[in-house]
Design a protein. Structure first.
Length: 571
């Protein structure tokens, strides 16, 4: 590649001119040559750690990305940031740290890039919050960037069938109901997760990996190969080379992630029956680009987009199956042909979505995906709700769900632990609506996921029941489970005014959720309501609770590009 002029690049502040001799001495100390010092500096950021299998293959892929940068004429600078992995954090206070980690990831990548004046970014992430966190940093910095997913785990095997970690969570419920022996549960836990990679179903990690391709920040097909397949390293190499081409062409994330691109991203979530968490992360990403795109905007796309891919937990297949069937590009081809994608959006290839898909043909002989003429359902696998119980909206995943209407009495809990204990005791009745509140962005704080509780219910075989929360649900949740209820209880939302026995009506087809109480009764209860005493008085969770906004806007802690005075990329 032709040498790039550094006079307009951020790294000029640390490498050019006599006054930067002290700075250059540090680079010589790390073994860089004079030529390498005067090349563009590319941050290669990964969320590698040993917390969980989602992240352990990321450093390997980072080495390939660095090689691609170097071969294309750049100087790679590798660094790591944190992750909080939901599979480990689930079901206890550790989950309060999960959503907060998204902000910390975005902030730490931003600060590393700013502090060292890097010119471009390859971001590699493997677990739920690390994907949107990394993409938020890209949009915030607006330097040429390519996102790379670390890849999903291979399916586990139990009694001759494919299984994922969700089968273990549900196995806990089966064990408590006497439907699974302790020996089988132990055998399942030993075989469900066979190696490196993120959870294999269309849970949050794979949902956001599909989003990365659809929105244009990731290379086509790159979300597909499992973590342990060496094809991932080829994509990492291409990401390193590709980011240098973006730098030469001055193509930045905000050129790619337009309002239309966010609609494409929401469409891929709907078409795959993806995680409800996407309705939290897409508004947060849009905020970093200065685009207004809230829960209701996401829900509007969900409502008009057909459900096409049969992926776990609502369907039959895992991420590896979708990759082998044709990957995200083939699903995007089906959506484009059906008129559900904007084909003129730019992507990190330097080409538009339509140009990337020009040679992609839909294969009708595979079983994972359908085209728009024969959808699994006419509307998306995720639905937005609104009503007097959720004036600021709520979200429910309906992929593979037959139980779309529910009317029943509230059973109210002020934290997940109390609800889980009641479920373990089977201390509920069929027909109930289990309400878990004070788990929202502020009230938790951190907006915990409720997989332990929902999986236990599913494992016990209960169908005629619903669960609502101002917290979140895992992408692995199934059943009639409504999350992101806003305003949250800590803000005095209607969910905080509920009492045991109040009748709640959920209609996932009409997109409504109401409590059968008059406005006057709700107003009287509001007068008597007092906020819960905050759970933390210091530290990162306290700071998050003080700054976080509502779920409708992505539970964000900063105003985003709309309020920035100067973008980092322009320094």
């Amino acid at each position: 590649m032709t040498n790039l002029d550094k006079s307009k690049l951020p790294s000029r502040h640390v490498t050019e001119g006599a006054e930067r001799a002290p700075h250059r001495s540090y680079y010589y100390a790390m073994g860089l040559s004079e030529e390498e010092i005067h090349r563009p500096f590319v941050g290669v950021a990964s969320c590698w750690n040993e917390a969980a299998p989602c992240n352990i293959a990321l450093m390997r892929q980072a080495q390939s990305a660095k090689r691609g940068v170097k071969e294309a004429g750049g100087t790679p600078r590798e660094f790591c940031t944190i992750t909080v992995t939901d599979g480990i954090a689930m079901g206890h206070e550790g989950m309060k740290s999960s959503l907060v980690s998204r902000e910390v990831i975005a902030d730490s990548v931003e600060l590393t890039m700013r502090g060292h004046c890097y010119d471009a970014l390859v971001g590699i992430a493997g677990c739920d919050k690390s994907l949107p966190g990394m993409m938020m940093a890209m949009l915030r910095l607006n330097v040429p960037s390519i996102f790379l997913y670390g890849g999903s785990i291979m399916p586990g095997k139990f009694k001759g069938r494919d299984v994922t970690v969700v089968d273990i969570f549900e196995g806990v419920g089966q064990f408590s109901a006497g439907k699974m022996s302790a020996e089988d549960l132990h055998d399942l836990e030993c075989h469900a997760c066979p190696g490196a990679g993120a959870c294999g179903g269309q849970f949050t990690a794979n949902t956001m990996a599909c989003v990365a391709e659809a929105i244009g920040l990731a290379l086509p097909y790159s979300s597909g190969p499992p973590a342990e397949i060496l094809a991932r390293d080829d994509f990492a190499l291409k990401a390193g080379e590709g980011v240098m081409a973006l730098l030469a062409g001055r193509i930045r994330p905000r050129d790619i992630c337009t309002r239309a691109a966010f609609e494409n991203a929401a469409a891929i979530v709907a078409a795959t029956g993806g995680s409800t968490n996407a309705a939290l992360h897409l508004p947060a990403m849009a905020n970093e680009a200065g685009i207004a795109f809230d829960l209701f905007d996401v829900a509007a796309v969900f409502k008009r987009t057909p459900y096409l891919a049969s992926l776990k937990p609502g369907g039959e297949f895992v991420a590896k199956d979708m990759w082998e069937a044709g990957g995200v590009p083939m699903l995007m081809r089906a959506l484009l042909d059906g008129g559900f994608l904007h084909g003129d959006c730019m992507t990190v290839t330097g080409k538009t979505v339509a140009e990337n898909l020009r040679d992609v043909k839909f294969n009708p002989d595979q079983k994972v995906m359908r085209d728009c003429s024969n959808p699994l359902a006419p509307t998306g696998g995720v639905v937005g709700l609104k009503g007097n119980l959720a004036p600021e909206g709520a979200i429910v995943k309906v992929a593979g769900l037959e139980h779309l209407h529910h009317r029943g009495p509230a059973r109210v809990f002020d934290c997940e632990e109390d609800a889980f204990a009641a479920v373990q005791r089977r201390d509920y009745r069929e027909g109930d609506v289990i309400v878990i509140r004070y788990e929202g962005p502020k009230g938790g704080p951190g907006m915990r996921e409720m997989l332990s509780t929902t999986a236990a219910l599913y494992g016990q075989g209960v169908e005629n029941i619903a669960l609502i929360t101002d917290g979140r649900f895992s992408g692995a949740t199934r059943g009639l489970c409504v999350g992101h209820v806003g305003p949250e209880a800590m803000d005095g939302g209607p969910i905080g005014l509920l009492r045991d026995g109040d009748v709640i009506v959920i209609d996932a087809e009409a997109g409504t959720m109401d409590v059968e109480l008059s406005d006057a009764e709700l107003a009287e209860r509001r007068k008597a309501w007092k906020p819960k005493v905050p759970s933390f008085g210091s530290g990162a969770l306290w700071r998050f609770a003080k700054n976080v906004g509502p779920a409708r806007h992505g539970a964000i802690t900063a105003p985003g590009a709309a309020s920035e005075v100067r973008c980092y990329a322009d320094i």
